[in-house]
Design a protein around this ligand. Structure first.
Ligand SMILES: Cc1cc2nc3c(=O)[nH]c(=O)nc-3n(C[C@H](O)[C@H](O)[C@H](O)COP(=O)(O)OP(=O)(O)OC[C@H]3O[C@@H](n4cnc5c(N)ncnc54)[C@H](O)[C@@H]3O)c2cc1C
Length: 477
């Protein structure tokens, strides 16, 4: 417990600062079991660090709740004092929406319990968990739910924005696998939301981000997966990029749902799995994860291209597949991503994609297409706010450069490529890839016809827009 001895100025919801007296801070402290941190306290630097260095912001005060009751106390405190409140799950959002400058942050990293019921095929997951922790716990029973492919990403933010990964073609978006949530709403109530209780709230959190409250427990449905799958990367010289991308299109157009593939064009990183002579040279690769039978037959067309620089596709644990790319995505580099959902890979799209990819400005940047389609396209009644059920791919440009280097050339590269591929978009985009600079038009486009319903749910559960440090959905008036 921290003993508050000084006043503290915190950014308020109305743009003005709120000065909290020591006794007000002590009051909050006495009502929670978790830790209240101020700049300079032990653990502060870790708690405020996020993945995208370009989006860094510094709160004035941070609470690490230990339970849903702590969260409820903090939400009530923020609301009553009119404080700018942000919520941190895994801190991986590219727009840096887990932090607000000079605000109050709830850092959920101490709420990390996972319990798996293999008979019921359900996992209860607290919101501070990272993807890899959930994969490890569920794979101990040969089970998995749909999560992304960098295992240090937070479960909470990924899920609330929709979520997809190597299993999405089989089992849908992450939110399609959500059976229930426990959520603290702006009035401080701890609610259970599912198809029967608070069904509109449950619909909204399945894609609507952190707009409706702080989720303190996710209940995921699980499926039999692995524990061994066939997966990995196969790489060619980018001189063959046109051929590789055409083969990627052919592969994905006829792939079974058990097979998910991503195409990547970039300068080869200095990774031990690539021959040194290739480091820094342009390469085109296909990353695959096949979680069914017949992997060799299904992957034969890719291998038929012949003469790769390396072929790392092999039988490996699903958990290894899920963490294979972690080393490529360290914290604190500066990032600027631009991506669109795509209905197909036309030749014109692939030309625009390839010509941008070949003009890349940084050895850390990548041009990526990820195959979706399959189960995410299976539209059902009441399938959540996530939308974008017409997406077959997501593709775009991930600009990355070291802190201190000029951002302009890298930002210009990603933006220029994005302008070229926009004409091929479904019109939808992924809310979890939006940047701080994106406006409400782009957020509305991410939800299509679901947007107005989301605004109505927001007006019911958060009419004062307490939860606004996110890809914000203003309440309907
Ligand atoms: C390296 C990398 C790989 C990625 N790969 C994938 C992928 O394969 N598939 C995919 O779908 N996405 C992927 N993403 C995008 C990812 O889904 C988003 O970055 C997501 O926001 C990360 O969640 P987080 O909890 O780490 O983020 P945070 O920055 O902590 O939070 C993101 C947002 O969610 C809100 N939030 C967090 N926790 C809660 C909560 N408990 N209740 C209410 N609101 C909350 C925050 O306030 C914030 O607005 C990737 C991102 C990165 C950086």
């Amino acid at each position: 417990m921290t003993t508050a001895t000084a006043t503290i100025d915190i950014a308020g919801l109305d743009g003005r600062h709120v000065t909290l007296a020591p006794e007000q801070l002590s009051d909050l402290d006495s009502r929670v079991q978790g830790r209240l941190l101020r700049p300079g306290d032990q653990g502060w630097n870790d708690a405020v660090s996020i993945w995208n260095g370009m989006a860094a912001r510094l709160p004035a005060l941070l609470l690490q709740p230990a339970s849903a009751h702590d969260v409820a106390a903090a939400v009530g405190f923020a609301r009553d004092h009119g404080l700018l409140l942000s919520i941190k799950g895994g801190g991986h959002n590219i727009a840096g929406t887990s932090m607000a400058d000079e605000g109050l942050t709830l850092d959920l990293s101490r709420m990390r319990e996972i319990s798996v019921d293999p008979q019921a095929r359900l996992a209860q997951v607290r919101p501070g968990c990272l993807l890899g922790e959930v994969d490890q716990a569920t794979q101990a029973h040969g089970l998995a739910t749909v999560l992304g492919f960098v295992s240090e990403t937070g479960v909470a933010g990924l899920t609330l924005g929709g979520g997809w990964g190597y299993l999405a073609r089989r089992f849908g978006f992450t939110v399609d696998n959500l059976a229930e949530v426990e959520v603290v709403t702006a009035d401080g109530a701890i609610r259970t939301a599912n198809h029967d209780q608070h069904p509109e709230l449950f619909w909204a959190v399945r894609g609507g981000g952190g707009n409706f409250g702080v989720v303190t427990r996710f209940t995921f449905r699980l499926h039999e997966v692995g524990p061994m799958i066939t997966g990995g990367l196969i790489v060619w010289s980018a001189e063959r990029a046109a051929e590789v991308l055409a083969a990627y299109r052919d592969l994905t157009e006829s792939a079974p749902r058990e097979l998910t593939a991503a195409a990547v064009v970039r300068l080869a990183p200095p990774a031990p799995f690539l021959p040194q002579v290739w480091h820094g040279k342009p390469i085109a690769g296909i990353q695959v994860c096949h979680s069914g039978a017949n992997a060799d037959a299904d992957l034969a067309p890719v291998r038929a291209l012949g003469s790769p620089i390396v072929d790392l596709i092999a039988s490996r644990p699903y958990t290894a597949m899920q963490s294979m790319l972690n080393a490529m995505e360290p914290k604190w580099l500066h990032r600027y991503w631009k991506a669109e959902f795509l209905p197909r890979l036309s030749s014109e799209f692939l030309d625009a994609f390839r010509s941008t990819a070949m003009r890349v400005t940084s050895p850390l940047s990548q041009s990526v297409i990820f195959h979706l389609a399959g189960a995410i396209n299976d539209h059902e009644d009441d399938d959540g706010a996530v939308g974008n059920r017409d997406a077959h791919y997501i593709g775009g440009f991930n600009a990355t450069w070291p802190p201190g280097a000029a951002a302009d050339p890298h930002v210009a590269w990603a933006r220029d490529g994005w302008e070229r591929i926009r004409p091929f978009s479904t019109g939808g985009n992924y809310v979890n890839f939006q940047l701080a600079e994106d406006d409400t038009t782009r957020t509305a486009a991410a939800y299509g016809t679901n947007y107005q319903r989301l605004q109505r749910v927001k007006a019911t559960y958060d009419p004062g827009n307490l939860f606004r440090v996110n890809r914000n959905i203003p309440p309907a008036t």
